[in-house]
Design a protein around this ligand. Structure first.
Ligand code: NAD
Ligand code: IPM
Ligand code: MN
Length: 359
């Protein structure tokens, strides 16, 4: 009997509302596939910050290090600045565990009306650089309180890190038999981007000589994803560009509430982190309105990463079947609550395992 140790960090806002049903669904699917999860519940986040002055304990990162994975809801609180909440929890996890690729798939799920009719059939994976780039610690605020006050933030792109993200994306594109689209801004303004282009091009030339590489300016790429969402299969993007494109792609496909995110250490030296793409949604918190699919799908990616492929497919199949049957949360135009939708997914998991050939 296989057991995996997973740290669950529900976090803030709607985080707990989506993590709790996800844990129930993962437990159900696990029991039907002959393994179990030893969940370590971590009450880290903004409430803890209000109580103790820190988002997580001082030895929090050490505590995660020996686990098999991390499931996070979201962090961010309207009353605490995002620098405190994000640099106090999410960003240190990504960096300490060298989760240098952030994989963000988008498809139009069954029964979902996409924002753009042409999106039906889109099957996109955004491979986002996840530990450096525009999200850097370099810089600061100068001449505070004077009329010369300014802030500087330096984008940091290293050859080693750019190359390894490009390598991950290029081999994914190769496996999918598709071109690799690289999001760039190298038309003479952003100094880091010609370097990004050079490193991506070198990796493709040297390691995937048959692969078609399209470098597309980020502004035009954003428009292209709206107008022709099926025209890209794998996009490799910097930290900030990938962040923006992933909300955009999810909205095109129907809702940002569906999009999952796998923060991976592909070499598996450290635990990887799985979370929805969306944030804490303060505007709908506490009303049983959150779409749990982003978190459920993230958990399915986690099961995939653990090697539990059948269970991953069953979980994905279960929420897809519920959507196909017409049960949808409000962001997708339906009227199901988080609770109703999640119960339906639990039932669909049972149906799936009773009749796997039908799924
Ligand atoms: P958000 O993603 O929380 O919300 C944007 C909009 O999408 C809101 O209208 C919200 O109601 C809706 N939405 C989001 N998730 C939904 C779901 N599952 N079901 C239905 N509707 C959903 O983005 P924001 O409002 O810009 O950010 C709120 C806070 O979350 C900020 O503090 C931000 O920093 C933080 N944040 C955290 C993460 C993370 O922890 N990974 C990610 C993004 C934003
Ligand atoms: C995401 C989020 C985070 C990011 C924020 C909350 C720091 O928007 O995971 O997409 O930009 O990486
Ligand atoms: Mn984001």
């Amino acid at each position: 009997h296989r057991t995996y140790v997973i740290d669950a960090i529900p976090g803030d806002g709607i985080g707990p509302e989506v993590v709790e049903p996800t844990i129930a669904c993962v437990d159900r699917v696990a029991s039907l596939h002959g393994f179990s999860i030893d969940w370590r519940a971590r009450d880290w986040g903004s409430d803890r910050y209000r109580r103790t002055g820190a988002m997580m304990p001082v030895d929090g990162l050490d505590a995660l290090a020996d686990g098999d994975g991390i499931l996070l809801g979201a962090v961010g609180d309207p009353d605490i600045d995002d620098v405190t909440t994000l640099w106090g929890l999410l960003i240190p996890i990504r960096r300490t565990f060298d989760q240098y690729v952030n994989v963000r798939p988008t498809t139009v799920l069954p029964g979902v009306q996409p924002a753009v009719a042409d999106a039906v059939g889109m099957d996109l994976v955004i491979v986002r650089e996840n530990v450096e780039g525009e999200y850097s610690e370099a810089g600061g605020r100068l001449h505070r309180g004077t009329e010369h006050e300014l802030v500087i933030q330096e984008a940091v792109f290293t050859r080693r890190n750019t190359a390894r993200v490009a390598r991950y994306a290029a081999s994914l594109a190769d496996r999918r038999g598709a071109a690799l689209v690289s999001a760039t801004k190298s038309n003479g303004i952003i100094h880091s981007m010609p370097f990004w282009d050079e490193v991506v091009r070198d990796v493709v030339r040297e390691e995937h000589p048959g692969l078609v590489l399209e470098s597309v300016l980020i502004d035009a790429l954003a428009a292209r994803l709206v107008l022709k969402p099926r025209s890209a299969s794998v996009i490799v993007a910097s930290n900030l560009f990938g962040d923006i494109l992933s909300d955009l792609a999810a909205a095109v496909a129907g809702s940002i509430g569906i999009a999952p995110s796998a923060n991976l250490d592909p070499e598996r030296r450290h635990p990887s982190l799985f979370e929805p793409v969306h944030g804490t949604a303060p505007d709908i918190v506490g009303r049983d309105l959150a779409n749990p699919i982003g978190c459920l799908w993230a958990a399915s990616l986690m099961l995939e990463h653990l090697g539990e492929h059948a269970a991953a497919a069953s979980l994905h199949g279960a929420f897809s079947d519920v959507l196909a049957a017409g049960t949808r949360t409000r962001d997708l135009g339906g009227d199901a609550s988080t609770t109703t939708f999640s119960r339906a997914v639990l039932d669909a998991i049972d149906v799936q395992s009773a009749a796997p050939a039908l799924s």
